[in-house]
Design a protein around this ligand. Structure first.
Ligand code: GLU
Length: 304
């Protein structure tokens, strides 16, 4: 497949969308990034890299971190996790509170904020040094020791994080958090604040696509079946209440974040990362979604 030519065509075609969408104003530090960016990087399981645009510039991975925190939680406590979090698409906004009350404190899935906050609680209870251990995993899976948290972004989000604080309080009320509310929130925001560029993100998603190598990074290891299940949850829950539309348009398991990034995989073939900060009304990158839609359209490659 001539991915080089295809990425070039995609870049030309998404260009008119550059001014469309908005930055996430509810996170002050992210509302200040330069919105006029676009990058796409594709890594094949055979070791080839294809890229276009701003692929070396770091951005806040935000909710994409939920794929990595779920991986660590499953590696630590396995199936036990599903007693505290569901695996159904929510059909609601990423920070919805209403559903959590209806479901008595059991979040619909680990990729909405409530679910990821429970996962953060699991990591806090089970990792010997949660912050350092989580970062160690991210550096290993992305193959880059310079990957790091952005503590300013985390602090900015905490300052304005009223809804996430409400979610965390409700989880505590229903008995679904073991640790102190403030500790869980702090760790959750820190996980969201991690910065990667498209190359690092594509590398970090490659193990979810590469079914021939063992998923093993330091102390975090997953079975073939666990990776399959994480991919399934990406497919059904990776884009909040846009998950159906994304599935319809793109057809690759993936996860988005309000920093404008998307990580996705074509199982057994490639991983791909896109970044463009302007978001649609559901919190997903406008140019990123279009680029992935064009990728599966031009290549005729998708899981469907
Ligand atoms: N840190 C963001 C929040 O909790 C993550 C949301 C996202 O990336 O979709 O609101």
């Amino acid at each position: 497949m001539d991915y080089n030519r295809i990425l070039g065509e995609i870049a030309t075609e998404v260009e008119p969308l550059r001014g469309e969408g908005r930055l996430p104003e509810y996170i002050p530090a992210l509302a200040r990034v330069n919105p006029d960016r676009f990058g796409i990087c594709l890594l094949t399981t055979g070791g080839e890299r294809f890229e276009f645009g701003d692929t070396g510039e770091r951005f806040s991975i935000q909710s994409i971190t939920k794929v990595f925190s779920l991986s660590v939680a499953l590696s630590l406590i396995g199936e036990e996790l599903w007693q505290r979090v569901g695996k159904e698409p929510s059909g609601s906004a990423f920070n919805s509170l209403i559903q959590l009350e209806i479901d008595h404190g059991i979040p619909r899935n680990p990729f909405i904020n409530a679910g990821a906050i429970v996962v953060a609680d699991v990591l806090l209870s089970s990792l010997p040094s949660p912050e350092a251990d989580y970062m160690d995993f991210l550096r290993r899976i992305s193959g880059d020791q310079t990957v790091d948290y952005n503590r300013k972004v985390a602090a900015s989000e905490r300052e304005a994080g009223y809804v996430n604080a409400a979610i965390t309080n409700m989880l505590k009320y229903y008995g679904n958090l073991t640790n102190d509310i403030e500790d869980v929130l702090r760790f959750y925001f820190l996980q969201c604040s991690v910065e990667m560029n498209c190359r690092q993100l594509a590398q970090a998603f490659l193990p979810f696509a590469d079914r021939n190598r063992r998923f093993e990074f330091g102390n975090v290891s997953l079975t073939y079946s666990q990776v399959k299940r994480i991919n399934a949850i990406m497919q059904t829950c990776g884009f909040y209440n846009d998950a159906g539309e994304y599935s319809y348009l793109v057809g690759l398991p993936g996860k988005s974040g309000v920093g404008g990034g998307i990580g996705a995989i074509y199982p057994c073939h490639y991983s791909v990362a896109t970044w463009s900060p302007r978001l649609n009304g559901k919190g997903n990158s406008v140019m990123g979604i279009k680029a992935l839609e064009l990728l599966t359209t031009y290549t005729h490659e998708s899981i469907f």
